[in-house]
Design a protein around this ligand. Sequence first.
Ligand SMILES: *Cc1c(COP(=O)(O)O)cnc(C)c1O
Length: 370
Amino acid sequence: MQFIDLHKQQERIRTGVHRRIQTVMDHGKYIMGPEVQELEKTLAEFVGIKHCVGCSSGTDALLMTLMAWEVGPGDAVFTTPFTFISTAEVIQLLGATPVFVDIDEKTFNIDPVKLEKVVKNTIDAGELNHKAVITVDLFGLPADYPSIETIAKKYNLLVLEDAAQSFGASIGMRKTGSFGDAAATSFFPAKPLGCYGDGGAIFTDNDDLAEKLHSIRIHGKGSHKYDNIRVGINGRLDTLQAAILLEKFSIFPEEVDLRNNVAGLYNEKLHNKVQSPFVPDGYTSVWAIYSILTDSEKHRTEIQERLKGKNIPTAIYYPLPLHLQTAFMGLGFQEGDFPISEDISQRIFSLPMHPYLDKADIKTITELIF
Ligand SMILES: *Cc1c(COP(=O)(O)O)cnc(C)c1O
C-alpha cells in the first residue's frame, strides 16, 4: 500500500496527459506557453476570483506575494508554528520577523483569539511594524477566516492564505484561494491538485497586486523582458506542468468527492478509537492529509509500528513545531512557548490518503488501530 497512490490516478488520465504533452512539444512554447494562461483562467473560475498567477512552487507563491507587499526588515508577519517550513521560511528570507501564534487544539489551525492577543502585544511593544498574517489551511481544512478577516480589518493587517494543502476546500459558498487579500497554493505532486514536478499559483481579486506578481515572476519586468522595474525572481510555471495540471483538473472535482468518501469511512471506523479530524459546521476539507491524534507518544509509536509490520506507511506532520527548528533558533523561542503545537506534534500521525483507497484498504488499516 502507498501513502499517496499517484499511479491509480495516472491510469485514468494517462492518454490525456500524453496528448497534452505532445501538444506542448508541437508548439514548442516551453516557457509561458498558452497552457499557462488556460490553466490560470480555469483555476480562477473554479475558485471564483479575478486573478490566478501561476508560478514555480507553493513556496515561491508565498514569497512573491510578500515581495509584492514589500515585506522586509522591521515587519512582523504572524503565522502558525505548526506547518511546513515554507510558511515561515519566506518571512525570514525577506528579512522580516516571523511572529508565531499557537494553534486551536481541535482544528490545528491558527487560533484567532491568540492571534489578536499577539498582534496587540506586538503593537504595544512598538518594535515591529505589524504587517501581515499568513494563515495555513492545515491538512486541507480552511482556517477560521470569518474571525481572522475581522481581526485583520481591525488592526490593518494583510492576510495571505497558505492554501498549499487546501485547494478545493470551502467555507460555505467560498472556496479556498478566495480568502484574505491573496492566497498561495502548491502543485507539488503529493498535494490534492499536483503536477509532475514543482508548481504553484497565487489567487487575488486585487488588480494592482496581480500586475506586480506578473512582473515579479519574470525578474521584475516592466513593459518588456529587458525593462526591469523592480527586483524579481525566476518564478514561472512551466508550460508542461500547466498542461499536465489541465488534464488532472478534468477529474479534480470528482477526486475531491472521493477524498471526502475516504475520510468519511475512516471517521466511521475510527470512532471511539482515536481522535479523528474535526471539521467545523459549514466547512469542507479536501483531506490533503488525514491525521489522527493518539493519547500519548508511546501509543502513536505502537500503532505506527503495527501498521508498518503490515506494510502500511504512515507519516508524522509535523514532528517538530517551527519555533523549535534549528533554522529559527535566532528568534529566541523555547520549549513551552506554544504548548498546543508542542503537545499535538507528539501525538499526531497520518494515515494513507488518496482518492483511490477502497473500503477493504480502510478496513485493513483501521483494524490495526487500537
Ligand atoms: C507544500 C507546502 C508549501 C510549499 O509548497 P511547495 O510547492 O513545495 O514549495 C507551503 N506551505 C504548506 C503548508 C505546504 O504544505
